[in-house]
Design a protein. Structure first.
Length: 439
């Protein structure tokens, strides 16, 4: 139920609320009539027709705008890949990468420092060359469709903060990776996977405490009618938090989101202020129940494991393709082997190509976990109409009714249609709870 957070931030989170006492009280007052009426409602509700009724509440112009925005993202996947490939080929063919390596070797004899001296200008070069597309994708396009709220200078300031974080993190990662490449030139793909997995785990661990506060201010939520039930459900589901936080996302975007981030004592539940302003209490409960599902179902650990397997396969294939490319073009490019930092653009080219090809499968892995969280969320919140309403809100920037092939290739979350259908299937099979208004 949460949107993508952009290139420089990551991560999901959780929490929830329930409404069962009212139903229990009603059942005690008149058990036979209520059961009879419920059976009639279940028989009367057609989930397919109800789903179409919800979708039909969205005006045509809004659907067309949403479809255009999301379908434009299909092309951006391609343009980002082609740009990354072009930059890598440019650095190799022009021997800029070789000159950067030679420069780093003249500066110091220490291998670790050589990698550092290569990484800094390499990362800055890649950022500068990719900036025009980044500007269009992250700033101009977001304003064009009405999702961004920042002016250029605050946006660019955050870009520089993200660049600084990326340079520090990527440099550390490259130093450790190239140490593994030097010590295990035949089995580097195994050790590289281990390094990438550990790095990802550390990132998930530190992000809520050290990275996310650089972009947004987090304050304790001061509305007990919202926070108290969330904390009660967190305790019931053994989520180790004592406060619910509100983040000021509205200064950057109009999108709604919530998350639970962190592990091992850094776990934090946060709602963005757009969610509080734009959604009703039943909708907020459903969103937080979904986010709670990610925590309870251990999706963080599962996704790290799944992507660790993808990285292992990717590195194994990269080894074959990298070695073949070096045999054919290594002398021309001045690349000596996997342990040569001048070969980094080639490593990026090969691995990014594999990731691009695997896009449908990577999206499917995430989409399956999101669907699991959806199922957990609706069973916990018992808010089918709340789920449908939030799906429509998310449909402002995610195509509501894609073809099955589109959903398989491009969606890392279930489509609005799929989510509303799940809600209506649940509603047809369960006692009504929470809000029960029809669209």
């Amino acid at each position: 139920m949460h949107p993508n957070m952009g290139k420089h931030r990551v991560l999901l989170t959780i929490t929830v609320c329930f409404v069962v006492a009212l139903i229990a009280a009603s059942a005690k007052e008149s058990p036979i009539p209520v059961a009879s009426e419920t059976q009639q409602n279940v028989q009367a509700l057609d989930p397919a027709a109800a789903t179409q009724a919800w979708l039909g509440t969205v005006p045509r112009n809004e659907r067309e705008k949403s479809d255009a925005y999301f379908e434009g993202g299909y092309w951006l996947i391609l343009w980002n890949f082609l740009l990354a490939a072009a930059i890598s080929i440019l650095l190799l063919a022009s021997r800029i990468s070789t000159r950067l390596r030679d420069f780093s070797q003249r500066l110091t004899k220490f291998k670790t420092l050589q990698v550092t001296c290569y990484a800094l200008p390499y990362l800055l070069t890649v950022y500068v060359l990719s900036f025009p597309l980044n500007l269009y994708e992250s700033f101009l396009r977001e304003h064009q469709y009405g999702f961004a709220t920042q002016s250029f200078l605050p946006w660019f300031r955050e870009q520089l903060i993200g660049l600084g974080i990326a340079i520090i993190g990527a440099t550390i990662l490259l130093v450790v990776l190239y140490a593994a490449f030097r010590r295990a030139p035949q089995t580097w793909w195994i050790w590289g996977t281990v390094v990438a997995f550990i790095f990802s785990f550390v990132l998930v661990f530190i992000a809520p405490v050290f990275i996310e506060p650089l972009f947004n201010t987090y304050r304790p939520l001061t509305k007990p009618e919202i926070s108290d039930p969330i904390l009660a459900m967190a305790r019931a589901n053994q989520i180790p938090v004592k406060q619910v936080f509100e983040m000021d996302a509205s200064r950057q975007t109009t999108r709604v989101s919530a998350n639970v981030a962190g592990m091992l004592g850094t776990t934090r539940i946060a709602l963005n202020d757009n969610l509080l302003k734009q959604c009703t209490l039943p909708e907020i409960r459903e969103v937080m129940a979904h986010e709670m599902g990610h925590y309870v179902l251990n999706h963080g650990a599962k996704l790290l494991t799944y992507f660790g397997i993808f990285i292992l396969i990717g590195f194994a294939l990269t080894r074959k393709l990298f070695d073949a490319a070096v045999r054919r073009w290594g002398e021309k490019w001045g690349v000596r082997g996997i342990a040569d930092s001048a070969g980094l653009p080639l490593l990026v080219l090969v691995f990014s190509t594999l990731v691009f090809v695997a896009t449908p499968f990577l999206n499917t892995v995430v989409r399956v976990t999101e669907r699991e969280a959806d199922a957990f969320g609706i069973n916990t919140s018992r808010e089918p109409d709340g789920m449908a309403k939030v799906a429509l809100k998310l449909g402002a920037y995610r195509k509501l009714d894609p073809t099955p092939l589109e959903e398989f290739i491009f969606f890392d979350h279930p489509s609005g249609r799929a989510r509303i259908r799940m809600a209506m299937d649940w509603k047809a099979a369960h006692l009504p709870a929470g809000e029960s208004a029809k669209p």
